[in-house]
Design a binder for this molecule. Structure first.
Ligand SMILES: NC(=O)c1ccc[n+]([C@@H]2O[C@H](COP(=O)([O-])OP(=O)(O)OC[C@H]3O[C@@H](n4cnc5c(N)ncnc54)[C@H](OP(=O)(O)O)[C@@H]3O)[C@@H](O)[C@H]2O)c1
Length: 223
């Protein structure tokens, strides 16, 4: 049985990923709102705000008896849809805290546990909008640039830890969730959160056997 952390597991894609993985693995499901997650032997919901210092989170998980981490899925994400010249410093900082600083710091403090796994896999959930050369949309400068940095971070760490921990980034296209509605009101995505979760689950369990340091676009449409 693998030990897995899924951030942003309270709703949307992360919730579906956590539920599926918990069918045969031990999953720590992190979100601020965990009211939609039913705790079980294999699903451990942990209430945590990732915009604050994430080093504390690993201490909380260690207190729960966590001994190793086989898979860390940095899925939590925040989005602001606002013209570039109206984005306040605090708004920019918040988006970067959730989308970049949290995966950065959480991975740092998870390292001793990832190393205990043998060959751990860190999966960062990026966005097609954060990939160079793809279509871009007004209002998403803070969000998309933070996802671009997350993609680059995955490449950097894959080099630094090659042979012991694999890092990949899944750059998602449009998936029907609250976040998509915030970014593109009224748009109907061609895939549900549950449908996308099938791919993420399979990739998290097996993708590191085939690739490391890759950003893969998982997209039927953008947006
Ligand atoms: N949906 C799409 O079309 C799409 C496209 C490209 C990429 N993505 C990426 O896919 C990932 C999942 O997005 P989604 O569409 O499922 O969005 P969502 O439905 O809005 O879910 C976002 C998740 O992140 C969590 N989260 C946000 N801020 C947090 C914080 N400060 N601390 C802890 N958890 C926090 C939320 O939980 P709480 O509110 O309970 O904290 C929620 O579980 C994100 O990284 C997103 O950028 C989505």
């Amino acid at each position: 049985m693998k030990t897995i952390i899924v951030t942003g597991a309270g709703k949307g894609i992360g919730k579906e990923v956590a539920l599926k993985l918990s069918e045969s693995n031990l999953v720590y499901a992190i979100s601020r709102d965990i009211s939609n997650l039913n705790p079980s032997e294999t699903l451990k919901p942990i209430r945590f705000d990732l915009s604050v210092d994430t080093h504390e989170l690993i201490e909380v998980l260690a207190g729960e008896g966590m001994e190793k981490i086989d898979i860390l899925i940095n899925n939590a994400g925040a989005l602001i849809n606002k013209p570039f010249d109206q984005i306040e410093r605090e708004e920019l900082t918040y988006i970067y805290k959730v989308n970049l600083f949290a995966p950065f710091s959480l991975t740092q403090s998870a390292l001793p546990y990832l190393k205990r796994s043998g060959h751990a896999h860190v999966v960062n959930i990026g966005s097609v909008g954060g990939v160079n050369g793809t279509s871009k949309f007004p209002g998403l400068s803070a969000y998309s640039s933070s996802k671009a940095a997350l993609s680059c971070l995955s490449e950097c760490l894959s080099e630094e830890y090659k042979g012991s921990i694999s890092f990949n980034c899944l750059a998602l296209g449009a998936v029907q969730t609250e976040m998509l509605e915030q970014a593109f009101p009224g748009y109907q995505a061609p895939i549900s959160a549950e449908g996308m979760a099938d791919y993420i689950v399979e990739f998290s369990l097996n993708g590191h056997k085939y690739m490391n340091g890759k950003t893969i676009m998982v997209s039927l449409s953008n947006p």
